[in-house]
Design a protein around this ligand. Structure first.
Ligand code: EPZ
Length: 450
């Protein structure tokens, strides 16, 4: 397993660009199951999750042709409708094939996705929504088996105890495009990724209105055709790069920055003392060039993660890393995934002063962080450790960076292009999460201490 080795303290400067959004791309790719015509994607991010989704779709009868950041998918065989456990368990988002397969083929078998590093990840809302459209849902040996002759439009409330469901909205909206009659989704997820999916589906011939608002209306059609689609920029990756610049008091320009999709984040960052300014007013704020600058001294802040347009849970860990260096006490409350704090003990190993009380963490700002060997656990927690390592004094090694490869394409190359001292070390030269050389030296340290 590869390891990142970071020498902290380098101020980030220069210009980078934001890749296509992972969380838009996964349901977009699944939408190719709704037609026998080809779907051409541009600006597809080069991520392991995208590779895994492409493998799953190939198993489900899709021809996949990938070149650079373009992918073309076309279903040529509709006989296999089973998303196997060994793929689903590696990527929970595989569940977004459920709606398209059910609507197009009338049957689907998808392994129940397990939980993940930060707790339970139920799909009861997905199943409730599809049942409302007339699907028969059974559980067998850990698999969901859904069948329906023809889905029938219905009015569906998709709100759950933690707000709405992003992939649940994607599943129900996708399925409803081929249902008979009108479907109204109330308390739909408002995330921009849902609007991006609706844009593709409408270009395929669907009749969807209201995507991006809590009420989505879908008038079913008999079939969908091919389309070409450019994947929207990844707002979580963009926010991560902005925080990286701020952590090092850098001066970074970011192209394809979805400023309009990050207003909750830029609002908090401006309170902290981080300024993200669009450099060309003529550009579309959904994909524009910004400059990131930060005050020398950062202020504490209080925020709670919310469904969009609130502060995104996927940037909670990265924001915590930044607030570790603010001058005062910050309060972070996680309302979407109350257990999403795998990064807390690892940041503490780097000298952060964090006190967790249930779904809330109090961050007592410190003057500096100190490099240490730490372990990645889930995608965004891992990103926060990289950010902390960039700012820390000394060396940080981060093991299990495969978590990062799921959501950040060659993260070390992007950061190194801005001046970061970061290397990816081949996993074969690593023992117990530490590069072999460090392992030998640490054994010497242990002998001296013993
Ligand atoms: C999407 O996951 C994202 N993943 C997640 O990003 C993101 O954290 C999450 O939305 C919330 O914004 C993708 O888009 C691929 P949810 P999703 O269904 O759709 C509860 C990342 O780091 N819930 O919106 O699976 C659930 O427990 C990943 O890129 C139910 O109760 O999340 C959670 O508390 C991590 N029943 C809340 O709703 C359900 O049937 C939001 O979950 C479904 C969800």
């Amino acid at each position: 397993m590869d390891v990142f080795k970071i020498q902290g303290g380098q101020r980030l400067t220069g210009t980078i660009s934001v890749d296509g959004s992972k969380n838009a791309a996964l349901p977009l790719l699944a939408a190719s199951l709704l037609t026998s015509e080809p779907i051409h994607f541009k600006c597809m991010p080069n991520l392991s999750d995208i590779t895994n989704m492409s493998k799953l779709l190939a198993e489900l009868g899709c021809q996949v042709k990938a070149s650079e950041k373009d992918i073309t998918l076309q279903v040529t065989d509709e006989t296999i409708s089973h998303a196997r456990y060994d793929i689903v368990r590696t990527m929970r988002a595989s569940v977004c094939v459920l709606g398209p397969l059910l609507a197009r083929r009338g049957e689907v078998r998808v392994s129940m996705p397990g939980g993940c590093a930060f707790g339970d990840r139920p799909i009861d809302l997905h199943l409730r929504g599809l049942e409302a459209l007339g699907a028969k849902i059974e559980l067998d040996g850990g698999d969901i088996i859904a069948t329906a002759d023809r889905l029938i439009g219905a009015t569906i409330f998709l709100g759950g105890p933690f707000g709405s469901t992003v992939l649940g909205t994607a599943n129900v909206m996708s399925a409803a495009t081929l249902a008979k009659g009108r479907t109204i989704i109330e308390s739909a997820a408002c995330e921009p990724e849902i609007a991006d999916l609706a844009l593709l589906l409408n270009n395929m011939g669907a009749k969807i209105s209201g995507a991006g608002t809590p009420r989505i209306i879908i008038d079913g059609v008999d079939q969908l055709g091919g389309a070409t689609h450019t994947v929207m920029p990844d707002r979580i990756v963009a926010g991560t790069w902005a925080i990286a610049a701020a952590m090092t008091n850098g001066d970074v320009k970011i192209d394809r920055f979805p400023l309009d999709h990050l207003l909750a984040v830029t609002n908090i960052l401006s309170t902290v003392g981080v300024h993200i300014n669009q450099t060309d007013a003529s550009q579309d704020p959904k994909s524009c060039t910004v400059q990131v600058l930060s005050n020398r001294h950062l202020k504490p802040v209080m925020f709670t993660t919310q469904p969009y347009p609130g502060f995104p849970t996927d940037l909670q860990a990265q924001m915590m890393a930044l607030l570790c260096l603010s001058r005062g006490n910050s309060i972070i409350t996680e309302k979407i995934y109350p257990e999403r704090f795998m990064h807390v003990p690892e940041l503490s190993r780097m000298g952060a002063k964090l006190v967790r009380q249930g779904a809330t963490v109090i961050v007592q700002g410190v003057d500096h962080l100190v490099g240490a060997p730490v372990m990645a656990s889930d995608l965004r927690a891992s990103a926060s450790l990289v950010l902390a390592g960039l700012a820390a004094e000394g060396e940080t090694t981060i093991s299990r960076v495969y978590h990062l490869d799921r959501g950040y394409a060659a993260m070390e190359e992007t950061l190194a292009s801005l001046g970061a001292n970061i290397q990816r070390i081949d996993g074969s030269t690593v023992v117990d999460g530490l590069p072999l050389v460090e392992t030998v030296s640490s054994q010497k340290v242990v002998q001296n201490n013993s």
